[in-house]
Design a binder for this molecule. Sequence first.
Ligand code: PLP
Length: 375
Amino acid sequence: MRIWLSRPHMSGNEEAKVAEAFASNFVAPIGPQLNEFEAVVSDYLGGGLHCVALSSGSAALHLALRLAGVGHGDEVWVSSMTFAGGVFPVNYLGGKPRFFDLDPQSWTIDTQILAEQLGIAATEGRLPKAIVPTDLYGQSVDLDQLEALAAKYDVRLVVDSAESVGASFSSTRKAGTGGDAAILSFNGNKIITTSGGGMLVTKHAEWAEEARFLATQARDSAPHYEHSTFGYNYRLSNICAAIGLGQMQVLDARAKRRRAIFAKYERALAAPGIDFMPEADGQFSTRWLTTLTIDPEQVGANREGVRLMLLEHEIESRPLWKPMHMQPLYSGTEYHGCGVDERLFKNGLCLPSGSDMSDAEQDEVIERILSFLAR
Ligand SMILES: *Cc1c(COP(=O)(O)O)cnc(C)c1O
């Protein structure tokens, strides 16, 4: 591939930070860079929240759901249109997902459908243990509405902010600050990366303490290894945290660049039948990936045609996430919605959006799409 969907983009600051980590000999999942990385992210999010750096976003979700009390047979209500890592941890705990559609105005979880279903479940005495809405493609979910619903029905809220690091929900509130806990990802394709990593962000000091305990094999305090429950080896490496320190210095610049890439696509490709992901009122999306839908009736070409044409020219693009209720693994699982997510999947495409993509590369992507659609 010559032009990628989203590549790691180093700032040049990372190697010095990694060298410092080596010099300290904390080549381990413990150390000063790890502590500093947590502090820097906590500050970035506005302070006052507890951050626990972990080996992946999926690990963070696994811990958050365990802390939320999810166990065998418990329901967890999840956005259907998401990445597998945002759902599989429900299975790790023996929980049962129930899937929810998106709101066509925001392409994030439909809070009206969610509210209706919570009302029904409350009267039937089968409320979920937790709700996991997904911040999709760089945009925050409606934290005000979701937090109000979670409070009203006394269910835990874990926001999957893996795709929205650097985004804001409002002028005073960043994405990643929501619910009982939020999870972040620093995987290689995300807006910033630690090569692989994640974070649990929580307002509850006791959740953070318990997460650190569980992420380091649940060792009770004793000179020997003493265990009264089982844990995991989920802590982030200090070396990876050092990469994260370099990346945090450029997070806002990366968001700015991705937004500029989005804006250029939007200007160049605007046409009847081509719709870009909306940005919710008052919000600041990072536009992690530029996502659009192509209506074959109006455009005279379909998503797959565009994707395969780009692939022929070694340009990577990808359909939107396939909704989880359409996955073979989850066939027969409850789904509430009107198929907004199914239509987005059918017609939706993510275009190359990496912050290191050159203007010439983006121009090539645009020209190839325009000339394909003109045929
Ligand atoms: C990337 C991602 C995750 C998982 O993060 P990893 O660090 O890859 O484990 C979870 N949810 C969503 C929506 C994601 O995009």
